[in-house]
Write a new protein. Sequence first.
Length: 109
Amino acid sequence: MPSIFSKLNSELENFGRRASAALDEGRLQIELLRVKRRRDNAARDLGMMAYHREKGVEADQRRIDALVLKIGEMETQIESIETQIATQKAEVVSVTDTPADVSGPGAAS
């Protein structure tokens, strides 16, 4: 009887780890979308400033420089989050794809 409970406990722990990893990945995906949206908004603003400059409207160079810097920082953030997501997926695979016990009945010796 203890082996049934230990196997059940082990499966529940495994399920808990997978669920936690899925939640963590979901949080990272949401953060990735937020950063991408902010980057896209900054790129839109920069594009509008370039458009107005081409039309002869004076543009604030400090604002342009700040937007370029901001977009670069967000690109770095996006790369970091994407790396975290890839790492998270690798951890989920390693937890869920554990090989079966090969020492049981029918195992080759």
